[in-house]
Design a protein around this ligand. Sequence first.
Ligand SMILES: [Zn+2]
Ligand SMILES: [Zn+2]
Length: 333
Amino acid sequence: MKAAVFREIGKPLSIEDVQLPRLESDKEVLLKVKATGVCHGDLHVIMGDWQYEVPVNTPIILGHEIIGEVVEGGTKFQKGDLVMVYNAFGCKECKHCKAGYYQFCERVKVLGVHLNGGFAEYVKVPDEDFLMRVEGNPIQLAPLADAGVTAYSATRGIKEGDKVLVVGTGAVALLAIQILKSLKAEVSVVSRNPTRLAKAEELGADHVYYRKKTFPSLYTSIVGKKFDYIIDFVGSDETLDEVAWLLDRRGELRIVGEFGGQLSIPEQLLVLRGLKVQGILYGTMDDMKGVINLYNSGKLKTLAVPYYLDEINDALNDLMQERILGRAVIIPS
Ligand SMILES: [Zn+2]
Ligand SMILES: [Zn+2]
């Protein structure tokens, strides 16, 4: 089968003919890949940003946001079923797995990070219990599998009337804005990309703040406003700098993006305002069900931008150069 193989840090993925995966247990399922989204996580792996935290053994097929069609294996699905991969294969035994937070399992396996992923014609899924049946266009569905689940998980507990600041306008942020509007929150968005801010407005954002690159702080234009929640979809030094000052009393900062910034909050600010800080990594299977339901109700545009597998390095470049308005999705054939 054809696959995009990651061989060396900093190098383009190599399009190769590799062996079709072979099933070895009853739980395993072989999927014919219909669409796989391209995530910033793929770029982090390729650039070697995560080599200490999340070591990736090469060669490996990347791609962790996967929609496929069941070809063989397992007992719960029929041949031809369209499925979304919940891509955090936990041990099912530890306290995190038992609570449903498979993504925090110390033995978690992720396709496209620890095991071969979806930038290929076929992918082997280790456990059918982590598959969810879906209906619709696989290209449009793919961004839900990671970006959508993450956005849904990042907006948990937010309710009507809450003032929320969304930092960033990447694929996950643009999904979160729509989810927040479905919850009737008051949504503000800050970004240094005017085209994407216009998109955020089109998707329902109530207030948008454009930050010129020459401004000293990302938040200069928002001084004086207070938010119940700030969700940072970037996580860089720039987006974390001084951010806590914009939180209202009992406000909560949720950090989703993984650009490796350093967060520093004056301790007295934290205590006197009763602030909370939470990291958001992916989501639960319930989050996946929630985001699929919302998509099925027609309230979510996933903004998929399709590329063929042969064009995957173009997709990665376009993502790096911020040329994609939404989510790049790879179609293997
Ligand atoms: Zn991802
Ligand atoms: Zn576990």
